[in-house]
Design a protein. Sequence first.
Length: 88
Amino acid sequence: MAQRKSAKKALRQTVKKQEYNFRIKQKIKTAIKKFRKAIESKDSALSAETLKQVYKTLDKAAAKNTIHKNKASRRKSRLSKMLNKTKN
């Protein structure tokens, strides 16, 4: 357990940041699951709309340094490829 005042504060901050990052990552996972379900339903309008939501979620996470910007970009690229495959 932390002894010094500064160590206790650092511990509180770390716990708070972990909870925040966990919530953001859960939002990303949920958005991607919705997108994949939309692709399986063969509804291109719904797929395109949910892809926009996934993009928004990934961009916010990258902006807040929850995930790396390159990881967000890579995921966006792969999901758009997935959408384009279903259109063809």
